[in-house]
Design a protein around this ligand. Structure first.
Ligand SMILES: *Cc1c(COP(=O)(O)O)cnc(C)c1O
Length: 469
């Protein structure tokens, strides 16, 4: 059989201009406008060009593709006019999956956002006084209830865009032009490009490294303090552990030194649990209150990690230092909008009411292995077929999101093997389902962890798998 050279196949492709003047496409232009349709036509032709280039299309299959070009353009137009951000089912068992939006929010958050953001609100208005107010009062009062302890001085909290912004604001406010002492064991990179030395440089403070990767003593801090020292910084090792021959001063030792020398101590806690998570199966995670109680002056943490709220960066601590940060013009640049305040306020109220079940992150952490196992068993039974083997096995869910690196929660997994699909291909098919299902692949099997799947989604997973095999 004579093969047609690629060059000739390329010549078979219509021009965008020709296309949009053909009757069915002209009809689309009338309905959706020339820009959307031209873009869609361009995308479809570019796809064909690529497929010819990579040898995927020969003369016969190109003919088939060109016969279907009008519906393809119409589908592309429709796709371009729908949301690009859409729900997915997280069957990975990673509770705070940064790529999947970290903490899912509670129902009360949406009620509060609908109530306050769909109309005007007192975001920055003191209704009693009839004049301008402060936006942080709405959540500061709740943080005070959750974090202040008699007889200690009340704690203040402000909110910025994320924890990276919180660290930047704190360093710039407290240490611009001066030195910040950090242990070499804590010069970390967390998640997408948050690196302590880089943030330090941007803040205008100079990093003063002390100790070694595995061992730093309180004496190292003491020796490094000089007249240019503005801050002692401790960074939580959120996404890794150093084990073996290691040493780190206790928070109490650092507090004592900081007080003696009149230098504030800040802790970048990162994950920021508001309640003791031991009851939720997580051991050894320091809470924000633990740090403040120990005497740390400023604590920074994320809103969408263990707190289970919206993306935000929280700075809690000594009122005089927080007041300085609020007065910094950088605070204005990093401030958050009414959606975040509403989401945060609703989440914090759940904490104040001890209604932890309403916060999805905490609810998922709290699920017992047996509960996950029961659902896994029902799913496995529903999808088992000649081609699809589904068994329930022991496994581990992880917290993720740069929180609690060594903490895992025992879980039960559905392990899938399909007779005529590789594990990678099966996982890809699941991702192409509607809604997309994101799963783990391990040892040639697809693993589904229902801990991070909302119970109402179990049946969607079953249906998607039944469609595949
Ligand atoms: C996650 C984390 C950050 C970054 O927080 P974002 O809210 O993602 O900006 C910074 N420091 C620590 C210790 C963290 O765990």
């Amino acid at each position: 059989m004579k093969t047609i050279p690629k060059g000739e196949l390329f010549r078979e492709l219509p021009s965008v201009d020709e296309l949009i003047h053909t009757p069915p496409i002209a009809e689309l232009v009338r309905a959706h406008g020339a820009t959307a349709v031209t873009d869609a036509a361009r995308t479809v032709i570019a796809q064909l060009r690529e497929e010819i280039g990579s040898g995927l299309l020969d003369a016969a299959s190109l003919r088939v593709a060109l016969d279907g070009i009008h519906p393809a353009i119409e589908a592309q137009v429709r796709k371009s006019l729908t949301h690009s951000l859409h729900p997915v089912i997280n069957a990975t068992g990673v509770i705070l999956h940064t790529n999947l939006g970290r903490a899912p929010l509670s129902e009360s958050v949406f009620d509060h956002i609908r109530d306050t953001a769909g109309q005007y609100s007192n975001l920055e208005f003191d209704i009693g006084a009839g004049q301008r107010g402060k936006r942080d009062v709405h959540v500061d009062r709740l943080f005070r209830r959750l974090l202040s302890e008699e007889p200690a001085a009340p704690v203040s909290t402000i909110v910025v865009n994320n924890n990276a912004a919180a660290v930047l604001l704190a360093l710039n406010t407290l240490a611009e032009g001066g030195e910040v002492i950090v242990s070499r064991g804590e010069l970390v990179e967390i998640g997408g490009s948050f690196r302590i030395p880089d943030v330090m440089a941007k803040s205008g403070a100079t990093l003063r490294e002390i100790g070694t990767t595995n061992r730093t003593r309180v004496g190292d801090y003491e020796k490094a303090i000089n007249e240019r020292t503005r801050l002692l910084l401790r960074v939580h090792r959120s996404n890794f552990e150093i084990t073996g021959f290691t040493e780190q001063p206790s928070t109490e030792e650092l507090v004592k030194l900081a007080r003696q020398r009149g230098v504030p101590l800040m802790e970048d806690l990162g994950s920021g649990a508001l309640v003791d998570l031991q009851n939720f199966g997580l051991r050894g995670e320091t809470t924000v209150l633990d740090s403040l109680r120990a005497g740390v002056d400023i604590v920074t943490y994320s809103g969408d990690k263990l707190l289970g709220g919206p993306q935000a960066g929280l700075l809690s601590g000594r009122s005089d230092l927080i007041a300085q940060m609020r007065a910094n013009s950088l605070f204005r640049a990093l401030r958050v909008d009414k959606l975040t305040y509403a989401a945060l306020e609703a989440t914090l109220l759940a904490y104040v009411r001890h209604d932890f079940e309403s916060i999805p992150t905490l609810r998922m952490m709290n699920l017992k292995k047996e509960e996950v196992g029961e659902r896994a068993g029902r799913l496995a039974a529903a999808i088992e077929s000649k081609k699809m083997q589904a068994i329930v096995i022991d496994g581990e869910s992880v917290i993720g999101g740069g929180a609690a690196p060594s903490s895992v929660l025992p879980t039960r997994l559905v392990a899938l093997t399909c007779a005529d699909l590789s594990a990678d291909e099966l996982a890809a098919r699941l991702r192409r389902s509607d809604p997309p299902i994101i799963a783990r692949v391990e040892d040639g099997r697809v693993l589904l962890d229902l801990r991070t799947v909302f119970p109402s989604q179990d049946s969607l997973i079953a249906e998607a798998i039944q469609r595949i095999a």
